[in-house]
Design a protein around this ligand. Structure first.
Ligand SMILES: Cc1cc2nc3c(=O)[nH]c(=O)nc-3n(C[C@H](O)[C@H](O)[C@H](O)COP(=O)(O)O)c2cc1C
Length: 174
């Protein structure tokens, strides 16, 4: 039998199609626990998770992001029933770094229990435009925290191949 951690790392994919069913509360709790078990510089945990399961609000944020990018009719959240927005303390020196780790913990935990995820940078424009403060309030970002990344979560309605590994990214210095 293989190693479950390595299998989760190898098996995770960005999932861009979801079943409409909402995920279970117990599954969500598993993801949020794994998220908060991530390491962070000086253990500052400079993150906050806003779990959004309101389809109208998800659509509103999508519409605003597309507007800010001058795009139309594209799917940013891929109709996932749950989107987790991670906001971050912008003055934390390693904040974005820490967010990357907690976000990947969510994606790996989700994969391990049969859920699909995709990290979303494309939701950010909604938070940088004129409605940014409105959305930050709606999602209960802590005072001063900024959007860092969002993660669509749901039961996968499709799969994909592993991404090709880019060559030439390793040097061995002896
Ligand atoms: C920080 C970050 C932002 C991303 N933003 C998006 C996004 O907005 N939309 C999207 O479809 N995929 C997004 N992705 C997913 C990447 O496209 C994906 O990870 C990459 O193509 C490799 O595929 P894999 O995740 O299936 O291995 C993002 C990934 C990361 C790490």
């Amino acid at each position: 039998m293989g190693n479950p951690v390595l299998e989760a790392i190898s098996g995770r994919r960005s999932i861009r199609a979801y079943k409409p069913d909402q995920i279970k509360k117990e599954e969500l709790e598993i993801l949020l626990k794994a998220a908060q078990e991530a390491p962070s510089a000086a253990n500052l945990q400079p993150w906050h998770y806003s779990v959004l399961q309101n389809a109208e609000m998800i659509a509103e944020i999508q519409e605003e992001s597309l507007k800010q990018m001058n795009e139309k009719g594209k799917d940013i959240f891929f109709k996932a029933p749950t989107v987790i927005f991670i906001s971050c303390d912008p003055v934390s020196r390693w904040g974005r770094h820490d967010v990357g780790i907690t976000a990947e913990n969510i994606c790996l935990a989700a994969h391990a229990i049969g859920l699909g995820t995709v990290m979303l940078g494309r939701a950010e424009p909604a938070f940088n435009g004129p409605k940014g403060d409105h959305f930050a309030k709606l999602l209960k970002f802590p005072e001063g925290y900024k959007y860092a990344v969002a993660i669509s979560v749901g039961y996968p309605a499709g799969s994909k191949e592993a991404h090709p590994i880019a060559p030439g990214r390793i040097d061995y210095i002896e």
